[in-house]
Design a protein around this ligand. Structure first.
Ligand SMILES: C[S@@+](CC[C@H](N)C(=O)[O-])C[C@H]1O[C@@H](n2cnc3c(N)ncnc32)[C@H](O)[C@@H]1O
Length: 219
């Protein structure tokens, strides 16, 4: 089943995507096909993408799509739950967790404002499945002040993720010498196995346990 094929032949509700996203989706999402995955889409748009995810993940998937526009409720159907609220409203997000449980995948295609992207990530990432995938897209706005970004802006999710790369390596920083700077361990250090940067997409892979022993064989 090829996601791009589905998209290119879509004659139903509108879907808006950059072409180079499709192979990225397949790379991280394919292991969930035909599994009981709980998928959160932030940004329902015209409802076409939620249908695409339903088709892609198969009959056991639960697609939850959120948007601030009340009319998006019309896009609900079997397997697709639409909830109206803002991705930066923590109470609303907690309500989703209460209703649907921890998400296996979170895909942020919402306001694209980095204030909102940050709130959603900070709230949902620690609360999602321990082996989950968090994907934020259309991050090109991270270079624009009108979307809360800027090349060296600390608010840009792209720049925050550059810092997460250092947090991922925190345990190694203590072995430096001559006053080398160290990085404190964080939730990212303990739960993130990989951070992938693409043009306008970042994917974080979670893991319940990371074995970081240095091994040597034979003894
Ligand atoms: C780019 S569109 C989504 C496109 C859709 N996912 C697709 O692939 O076709 C972005 C959507 O995010 C919604 N949105 C904007 N601000 C939001 C917020 N704070 N919380 C949730 N959704 C928001 C908009 O109403 C719009 O429908």
């Amino acid at each position: 089943m090829n996601l791009y094929n589905y998209f290119i032949n879509n004659n139903g509700s509108k879907i808006i995507k950059y072409a180079h996203y499709f192979p990225i989706y397949e790379r991280y999402f394919s292991r969930y096909q035909n599994r009981p995955v709980t998928f959160l889409e932030i940004g329902t748009g015209y409802g076409g993408s939620a249908k695409m995810w339903k088709y892609y993940f198969g009959p056991m998937a639960r697609i939850v799509s959120i948007d601030i526009r009340p009319e998006c409720k019309n896009y609900e159907e079997e397997q697709i739950a639409v909830r109206i609220g803002s991705q930066s409203d923590r109470q609303f997000l907690q309500g989703l967790l209460n209703e649907f449980g921890p998400f296996d995948i979170v895909m942020d295609d919402g306001s694209h404002h980095h204030d909102d992207i940050n709130v959603s990530f900070d709230f949902l990432y620690p609360r999602m499945a321990r082996d989950g995938i968090y994907l934020a897209e259309d991050l090109n706005g991270g270079y624009w002040s009108k979307l809360g970004g800027g090349l060296r802006s600390e608010n840009s999710f792209i720049n925050r993720c550059k810092g997460f790369v250092d947090e991922m390596h925190a345990r190694h920083t203590i072995y430096g010498e001559n006053g080398d700077e160290t990085v404190p361990e964080t939730n990212i250090t303990r739960t993130t196995s990989a951070i992938h940067f693409y043009d306008s997409i970042i994917v974080l892979e979670k893991t319940p346990y990371i074995n970081k022993q240095m091994l040597q064989t034979p003894e």
